[in-house]
Design a protein around this ligand. Structure first.
Ligand code: ZLM
Ligand code: CA
Ligand code: ZN
Length: 393
């Protein structure tokens, strides 16, 4: 087969549903679904759409979603409207019991992690449908890499919303992959811990979950993703947690990522990889305090691609929308094995990139303090590698 900078070309399929772009979490909410439309427009402007198959597919159904989620929760998601919520009464109380609209009435009503957004069910079905379709394309052997930048909602639980996530498309996609593949590895480079996914498979011998995240005191989701959390039962040593302090740079991050993921692949021998590529680990994110460049973030994607195992790439967090869109566009090029120009082509959203000089690769924060000492990084790496060695024994 024809070769490209990083080995043979891959058959890549891409999912994008423009129905997601208009979803509104609220005027000032940090989560802006339009960033996926910006990524899509950028991908198109670089001419990358011609190199991938575009998946057109049906949204997820109630049955797809309730294969993992609690039926009472799915029923609520399917029936909740902002009007019913605002009207108070039963709808509001039920929503709150599932962590939609904040549980406390005292707070500012706009300052809610999981608002009762207009078109909520449709939104969930569309992003989950994308991840399911992407998983099916890999399971059928039709494609080597599948992409859904609208997915990656790693905090959603079986019976409640959490951290801007309502339906856990990742869990649904992994379940789909398990019908075709014996073992699936999940790797999460979002700055937050992938708690919903870890919990769903914590006792599974067939799914290994790995999360790199900010593990500073009180950082969301509080108390999760400790170095010592390694899975239970059949899942023992099949949950991997790599907590980081603020200010991690490209070199330090890859110095952990590369040896850990190499060992994961060696001891677990997965037949498929699911990667959550949350862009809030990038430098300058308003929620995260890491200092990764787009090149450093994408290097992790390139490394997972190099194993030549079916790969599902998903989005996630990322709250500087121009940075995230640039990152996911660049990672789409990485998936294709193409190098793309740093100059952003003229397109409908190009004004958003003025602050970065219309370049894809914006500069990281110079002189930002890296709270990860060499000692801490080495200790973390050694502990994780020692746990993984238990699986090889
Ligand atoms: N309050 N507005 C990452 C999910 C992180 C829980 C503290 C609600 C925010 C944040 C919302 C407009 C992923 C917590 C926060 C505010 C209890 C979190 C609305 C700013 C705003 O300005 C904001 C008024 C909002 C939310 C900041 N929320 C920052 N961090 C986390 C959830 C999701 O990236 O991993 C994947 C997509 N929540 O810390 C509180 C404890 C609710
Ligand atoms: Ca993570
Ligand atoms: Zn996040």
């Amino acid at each position: 087969s024809p070769s490209c900078p990083d080995g043979p070309k891959r058959r890549v399929c891409y999912y994008y549903d423009r129905g997601i772009a208009g979803v509104d979490y609220g005027e000032d909410h940090v989560m802006v679904p339009r960033r996926v439309d910006m990524a899509h427009a950028l991908i198109r402007s670089y001419g990358l759409l011609g190199d991938m198959s575009r998946l057109r597919t049906r949204p997820a159904t109630y049955d797809d979603i309730s294969a993992f989620h609690d039926r009472g929760y799915a029923d609520l998601l399917g029936s909740l409207t902002p009007e019913a919520f605002a009207g108070g009464g039963e709808a509001e109380l039920t929503a709150r019991s599932f962590n939609i609209g904040e549980p406390s009435k005292k707070e500012d009503p706009r300052s809610v992690d999981n608002p009762p957004i207009a078109g909520l069910w449709d939104y969930c079905c569309r992003y989950a449908g994308g991840s399911l379709a992407a998983a099916r394309a890999l399971a059928a052997g039709r494609h080597d890499i599948a992409i859904n930048w609208s997915g990656g909602m790693h905090h959603a639980c079986r019976d409640k919303a959490s951290g801007f996530c309502y339906v856990n498309d990742i869990v649904l996609a992994i379940r789909e992959l398990l019908a075709a593949f014996a073992r699936v590895v999940y790797v999460d480079i979002d700055v937050h811990h992938g708690d919903g996914v870890e919990t769903a498979f914590v006792d599974s011998g067939r799914v290994m979950t790995v999360s790199f995240h900010q593990g500073t005191t009180d950082f969301f989701p509080k108390g999760r993703g400790k170095l010592q959390d390694v899975g239970v039962g059949e899942g023992l040593y099949r949950a991997v947690n790599v907590p980081l302090h603020a200010g991690m740079d490209d070199e330090g991050y890859y110095g952990l990522f590369q040896p850990i993921m190499e060992k994961v692949m060696e001891v677990f021998q997965p037949e498929a990889i699911v990667m959550q590529c949350g862009g809030d680990s990038l430098s300058g994110d308003p929620l995260g305090s890491q200092n990764l460049s787009i090149a450093g973030h994408a290097r992790c994607v390139r490394f997972m691609r190099s194993f030549n195992v079916p790969l599902l790439l998903l989005g996630g967090g990322g709250y500087t929308i121009n940075h995230v869109a640039a990152c996911w566009c660049y990672e789409t090029a990485v998936a294709l094995g193409k190098e793309i120009d740093d100059d952003i082509p003229q397109h409908c959203y190009d004004g958003y990139y003025q602050s970065q000089g219309y370049k894809l690769h914006y500069p990281v924060k110079k002189g930002l303090k890296n709270d990860n000492t060499n000692h801490h990084v080495t200790q973390t790496k050694n502990t994780v590698l020692r746990n993984l060695a238990e699986l090889a024994a």
